[in-house]
Design a protein around this ligand. Structure first.
Ligand code: G1P
Ligand code: ZN
Length: 543
């Protein structure tokens, strides 16, 4: 089979963000755009030559076309075995699981997560390494550097590969294995959780609703919740994956999963509700008339870990991203285990998980997972909750409220200002940082400013440093506001404000979040001049 070397020129916008390279579909469709990036990956990761590579994505528009390109380039670059999820489908956590199970050298995951899909939507690609997790910053930076001087890429000429039938086929020297993307993952879940207890809870007549948001988790939920756990068919809504996610925004939060939220808050609504995102790594957990913040979810899963078979003999430690609330810290303290605070993005958890220093990881952005994979895992989080609910035989609200009574409650909210002008966003950040020196030691909102800094992280495993990871103002009483620019958007800039306050007085545990945090919210808005500088009078999304 003839390997062709095609001359190309660099694109200057191929630096990956928080989670791989994400662009508008039209940008990805430019001639040579995807090819340049994929070739840069092959150049930086020589272990792929003669190795095994997993490929799959969340099924969004352009998934199948991109996979055919990757197949041809993998053959030309000397990959020995290419394993593709049937029909090109693999949720992000399932991709991580199969990379680990088949001991592949890595995987290419095609997704733009929760960003809308379709010809006018977004597309993305990221490389995960041998351990199953997103490539480190050092590797993504090297890939980017290579892409900036690329002059050619390698590809073979071939017909499109049939991705719909499982089995093995040959393309030149390369073996292509099309495999069922669901079974291995479902088996892994069954090995972690007490499926009998969950099944019994469902059989007793408890009701649940899972919103797959027309994205990748539909078939996973059908196999696990319906077939293996006996939930009725109507327990899964929007379960058919669509290449444009039905025109929706598959981000499982109070705004974008509103239909589900309304149902859970209705009279006679289900006992448990959950949703996942485009590629299946995020989760939202709801009870009847109850929303569990992702930060609380991490803390509560950790505090109840002994009820889940895989973790019953204890957990090693917990890690959370810096903007995630400190609720889990109090659990770690009580358990006497390690607690780590990392920059935003799942890639920063990889070393801690590989070194066995942490078992659970979480981000406030609806991401939770454990050392069973190296990605966040939406369905895993749903099963954690079902397992804990079944084992405790309590409602979601009872479980959360008794957690607050024991540990105190960390009120938490995130205010996003989406698609604002990039220069104004930078101006807001610079304005906040310019006040840091004056703020330190000052009295604010009845407490003293303990820290005002730009968060840096030193990885305790390999010593690598990451700077400029978010502006923090922390008061001595534990209250905190954090400002960050998003690294996943594709239009303008998105500024996120994270606000939290700790409360242990029993009579103050039941307040409405935005009200409980109103003083801090005002402080954050004043200090940042966000409204004046962006011309926005309110955040676009509050979670
Ligand atoms: C967002 C979330 C972050 C998450 C990432 C990928 O990144 O905030 O926690 O890891 O998506 O799902 P951001 O847009 O804030 O850079
Ligand atoms: Zn995602």
């Amino acid at each position: 089979m003839e390997i062709k070397t095609i001359t190309t020129q660099p694109f200057d916008d191929q630096r990956p963000g928080t989670s791989g390279l994400r662009k508008k579909v039209a940008q990805m469709q430019q001639p040579n755009y995807l090819e340049n990036y994929v070739q840069s990956i092959f150049e930086i990761l020589p272990e792929l030559v003669g190795g095994a590579l997993i490929v799959g994505g969340d099924g969004r528009f352009y998934n199948d076309i991109a996979i055919q390109t990757i197949v041809r380039m993998a053959a030309a670059n000397g990959v020995k075995r290419l394993m593709v999820g049937q029909n090109g489908i693999l949720s992000t956590p399932a991709a991580s699981a199969v990379i680990r199970k088949f001991e592949a050298e890595g995987g290419l995951i095609l997704s733009a997560s929760h960003n809308p899909a379709g010809p006018d939507g977004d597309f993305g690609i990221k490389f995960n390494g041998h351990h199953g997790g997103p490539a480190s910053e050092t590797i993504t930076e090297a890939i980017y550097k290579f892409s900036q001087s690329i002059s050619s890429y390698k590809i073979v000429e071939s017909h499109d590969i049939d991705l719909s039938t499982t089995g093995s086929q040959q393309l030149g020297e390369m073996e292509i294995i099309i495999f069922d993307p669901i079974t291995d993952y479902a088996d892994l879940m069954e090995s972690i959780f007490d499926f009998d207890a969950i099944k019994a809870w469902i059989t007793k007549g408890h009701s649940l609703r899972f919103d797959a948001m027309h994205a990748v988790t539909g078939p996973y939920a059908t196999e696990i919740l319906q077939k293996r756990l006996g939930a009725p068919a109507d327990a899964i809504i929007n379960g058919t994956p669509l290449s444009d996610f039905g025109g929706g925004h598959p981000d499982p939060n109070l705004v974008h999963a509103k239909v589900l939220v309304d149902e859970l808050y209705s009279d006679g609504g289900p006992d448990f509700g959950a949703a996942s995102d485009g590629d299946g790594d995020r989760n939202m957990i709801l009870g009847n008339h109850f929303f569990v913040t992702p930060s609380d979810s991490l803390a509560i899963i950790a505090a109840n870990a002994q009820l889940i078979p895989r973790y019953k003999s204890g957990i090693n430690g917990i890690a959370r991203s810096m903007p995630t609330s400190s609720a889990a810290d109090r659990v770690a303290e009580k358990l006497g285990i390690e607690m780590h605070e990392t920059p935003t993005g799942w890639k920063f958890f990889g070393n801690l998980l590989d070194a066995g220093r942490v078992t659970f990881c979480g981000e406030e952005s609806f991401g939770t997972s454990s050392d069973h994979v190296r990605e966040k895992d939406g369905i895993w989080a749903v099963l954690c909750w079902l397992n804990i609910i079944a084992a405790r035989n309590e409602s979601v609200a009872q479980i959360v409220e008794s957690h607050w009574q024991e540990y105190g409650r960390t009120y938490y909210t995130r205010h996003d200002y989406e698609e604002i002008d990039l220069e104004s966003a930078k101006g807001v950040m610079a304005h906040i940082e310019s006040q840091f020196e004056a703020l330190r030691g000052e009295a604010r909102l009845g407490s003293k400013v303990k820290t005002a800094d730009n968060f840096s992280y030193s990885d305790p495993v390999d010593g690598s440093q990451s700077h400029n990871q978010g502006l923090r103002i922390i008061l001595e009483n534990g209250s905190r506001v954090v400002f960050r620019l998003s690294g996943t958007g594709t239009v303008g800039a998105t500024l996120r404000i994270y606000i939290e306050k700790y409360e242990s007085r029993l009579e103050k545990l039941g307040e409405e979040t935005q009200i409980a945090l109103s003083e801090l919210i005002n402080f954050a808005e004043q200090i940042s001049e966000i409204k004046q500088r962006t011309g926005r009078d309110a955040p676009s999304v509050i979670t």
